[in-house]
Write a protein that binds this ligand. Structure first.
Ligand code: S3P
Length: 447
């Protein structure tokens, strides 16, 4: 999980057109939450379409270490037998979170209001990421922490029961921080409230309600106010996980860029707090059609038909950033091929993802021959007007910094370049999209 194996470099080159129908794996955010809430419900939760990527498997292993049964059946259905809110067990070993910020921050929330102590560890990328943003509200609730310098992993968390209910106004737009506080609130008597000045993905709220928690969302002075009542009793559920829009994004952009492409991506989750990339790409001239819009497991879903398109540069409204926060690496790639300039602002949070995605993408795209200016809070990209990028020189490779989305975004750039793009390590792709390369080969007829 920690990618200590030797790096696995690969050159991505111009394929044939991307055609046919593909299905991307289940949504990462929803998969994490289905295991966590299943592990807190008494009885059996069944999950189909779960993302079997390393990040989600880290969550599954952690919930097992705290007493839940989490098993994959031969038919691919996951069965989770939970321990009940308040009954998580003391883990006997450190919880290895691998590369996964979502596992870490959400599980810190769960542990914080249980009378257990847990050590959280992670890989080199995760150990650089800030945890102070969850330490701060969870300390207010009574948990205590011994963190590495700068509030980082490895860290020891001592949970407390009873914890103190708080009202917390998010200082950063972060669904992980919001979810950590709400999950801590599950085992905290009284009302725990999170105030969200800028809306972020709402999968936790939807799923907590689905499992029977008493959770209310209201709007006050233009801010979202989310209040959860503890101590909650969760009832097991049947969950169908929709396809991950953040994974679909790589194939959407690839089909827009590779001439002759006409690709259908089935079953893509289109929760409005996640789907802004597709609107931005349409504004750029991308031909993306939604087919058979429907609802699955309380989330809007559609099949996306994407055809090769000429793109134009745009100024991306910073207000949409939370609804496409993980999609900027691949948007930068699309912008590199557009006619004119694309400007992005308000992207400070990208600097604390699995890598500093502003600098990592500026360096990677520049190496592939794109014209990119780096600013403190975003990139300005001057596109080729539809021409291929030169690609990376024969003896050079882009550095992905243990970041799956940098690897996949630059793979997509390689598909639309003259000489291809070499990424230094494809291993991190398995954290969120283990079938990426297989699907790419099947969509481009090279499998
Ligand atoms: C996630 C929230 C986002 C996102 C991450 C998944 C979640 O992080 O980048 O990939 O599942 O809640 P932040 O909350 O830090 O923005």
């Amino acid at each position: 999980m920690s990618h200590s194996n030797p790096p696995s470099p690969k050159r991505f080159e111009r394929p044939g057109p991307l055609t046919g129908r593909i299905r991307v794996p289940g949504d990462k955010s929803i998969s994490h939450r289905s295991i966590m809430l299943g592990a807190l419900a008494v009885g059996e939760t069944r999950v189909t379409g779960l993302l079997e990527g390393e990040d989600v498997l880290a969550t599954a292993a952690a919930m097992r270490a705290m007493g839940a049964q989490v098993e994959r059946g031969e038919d691919g259905t996951w069965r989770i037998n939970g321990v009940g809110v308040g009954s998580l067990l003391q883990p006997q070993q450190a919880l290895d979170m691998g590369n996964s910020g979502t596992s870490t921050r959400l599980l810190m929330g769960l542990v914080a209001s249980h009378p257990i102590t847990a050590m959280f560890t992670g890989d080199a990328s995760l150990s650089k990421r800030p945890m102070g943003r969850v330490i701060e509200p969870l300390s207010q609730m009574g948990a205590s922490f011994e963190a590495s310098p700068g509030g980082r992993l490895p860290l020891m968390l001592r949970g407390i029961s009873p914890a103190v209910p708080i009202t917390y106004r998010l200082p950063v737009a972060s669904a992980q921080v919001k979810s950590a506080v709400l999950l801590a609130g599950l085992n905290t008597a009284g009302t725990t409230t999170v105030i969200e000045p800028v809306p972020t993905r709402d999968h936790s709220e939807r799923m907590l309600r689905g499992f029977g928690a008493s959770l209310e969302v209201s709007e006050e002075n233009g801010e979202r106010v989310i209040a959860i009542q503890g101590e909650a009793e969760l009832k097991p559920q049947g969950i169908v996980v929709p396809g991950d829009p953040s994974s679909a994004a790589f194939f959407v952009v690839a089909a827009l860029l590779v001439p002759g492409s006409d690709l259908v991506i089935e079953n893509v989750g289109l929760n409005p707090t996640r789907a802004a990339l597709f609107d931005v790409l349409r504004d750029m001239g991308g031909n993306i059609e939604e087919l058979d819009r429907r609802e699955i497991g309380g989330e809007p879903v559609a099949d996306l038909r994407v055809r090769h398109s000429a793109l134009s540069g745009v100024e991306v409204d910073p207000a949409v950033v939370p609804a496409m926060v993980d999609e900027f690496p691949v948007l930068f790639v699309a912008a590199s091929f557009a006619q004119g300039t694309t400007t992005t602002t308000g992207l400070e949070e990208l600097r604390v993802k699995e890598s500093d995605r502003i600098t990592a993408m500026a360096e990677a795209l520049t190496l592939a021959g794109a014209r990119v200016e780096e600013r403190e809070d975003g990139l300005v990209i001057h596109g080729t007007g539809g021409d291929p990028l030169p690609g990376t020189p024969e003896d050079a490779e882009v550095t992905t910094h243990l970041d799956h989305r940098i690897a996949m975004a630059m793979a997509v750039a390689g598909l639309a370049s003259h000489n291809g793009v070499t990424v230094d390590d494809t291993a991190p792709i398995a954290t969120s999209f283990p079938t990426f390369e297989t699907l790419l080969a099947s969509a481009s007829g090279t499998s």
